[in-house]
Design a protein around this ligand. Structure first.
Ligand SMILES: [Zn+2]
Length: 333
């Protein structure tokens, strides 16, 4: 998450919410007509009762095979889970891998083309999930008047974050319209996301409307500062809005930035700026500024490659620890 806004990380599930979910499921099962599924229904009912007992006893979320805990994001997706990832047996592990492969294909199908352009702008992005799926969100919506681009970061990791990312995708696709102001669009998505998800689910996001006249309308919901790549140097454009999905009444203001011919913008997630080196320090916005300050800005793909190379060399050969997305946008000369 960006330094601009400090938020709690997704934590252990709320017992009140878990109890309500479990009781709701029990009621639904109990209401089913007696049928051939009776045996399975009976066993599900007893699993639900056992989960309620664990909740009463204060050991809900404990792994039944070791001293550890079941991961919070897996409990949120399956409140009956009783085994932590490390303790899954071979068959359970294969089933989980198949789910991840499916989720990965679903996610890949949502990604826009890597290269995109209109009369005034060219763009390119890289999207590198940390695991099989990513909690990063990237989208490009082209209309006859402008290009709408978005780079965001959903709280959490893994399948739960990926599912939230696909909800965001659907919400923006349903909301984006050429005549609609960027701030209004963000307000609608904020309300939709808040209504559709749990209290722990939110996303930071930077959105930019790239107009054919070369100007850029920018709206930033608590996301890592986009960088303006201008003739004067590299300038961070800090967040001024709250993350999406937290407060239904949040308002989103936008700013219009003049971008000169041959100048551009860099949008990214904290997987780029907060990637740590062997000494524990982050690449940081300053690292990105000095990297991009002296570089030629003639191709968006070249700028993206430059950032990925810098992130990899900053890690000193260690693998990445977070999802990483970086998008470069250049105005035609
Ligand atoms: Zn375990």
């Amino acid at each position: 998450m960006p330094e601009a806004v400090s938020l709690p990380a997704p934590t252990a599930p709320d017992p009140v919410a878990i109890r309500a979910t479990l009781i709701n499921r029990r009621d639904r099962l109990a209401a089913l007509p007696q049928a051939a599924t009776a045996t399975r229904v009976a066993s599900l009912l007893s699993e639900i009762d056992a989960a309620l007992d664990r909740l009463e006893g204060g050991h809900y979320g404990a792994c039944s095979r070791c001293d550890g805990s079941v991961e919070a994001d897996r409990l949120a997706a399956d409140p009956l889970a009783t085994v932590c990832l490390d303790c899954l047996n071979e068959g359970e592990r294969r089933a989980l891998e198949r789910d991840l492969e499916t989720a990965s294909r679903v996610q890949a199908a949502l990604l826009p083309a890597r290269d995109f352009a209109n009369a005034a702008w060219r763009g390119h992005y890289a999207y590198l999930p940390y695991g099989a799926v990513s909690g990063d969100y990237v989208d490009v919506v082209a209309s006859s008047e402008d290009l709408l681009v978005m780079v965001g970061d959903v709280a959490g990791k893994g399948v739960a974050a990926a599912m939230l990312m696909s909800q965001l995708h659907a919400m923006f696709r349903a909301t984006a319209a050429p005549g609609l102001g960027l701030g209004e669009m963000m307000q609608r998505v904020n309300r939709l996301l808040g209504a559709a998800t749990t209290a722990n689910a939110y996303a930071t996001l930077a959105a930019a409307r790239l107009r054919a006249d070369g100007s850029v309308e920018l709206c930033n919901a608590g996301h890592a500062s986009p960088l303006l790549l201008s003739a004067q140097g590299v300038e961070p454009l800090p967040a001024d809005g709250l993350p999406l999905g937290l407060f239904a009444e949040a308002e989103y203001s936008t700013r219009t930035i003049p971008v000169g011919a041959g100048e551009g913008l860099l949008l990214y997630t904290d997987g780029l700026s907060e990637g740590r080196g062997p000494d524990g320090c982050e690449l940081g916005v300053d690292g990105l500024r000095s990297l991009l300050g002296g570089s030629p800005k003639d191709a968006p793909a070249g700028l993206v490659e430059l950032c990925l190379g810098a992130a990899a060399s900053h890690r000193g050969g260690a693998p990445a620890h977070d999802d990483l997305t970086v998008m470069a946008l250049l105005r035609a000369r």
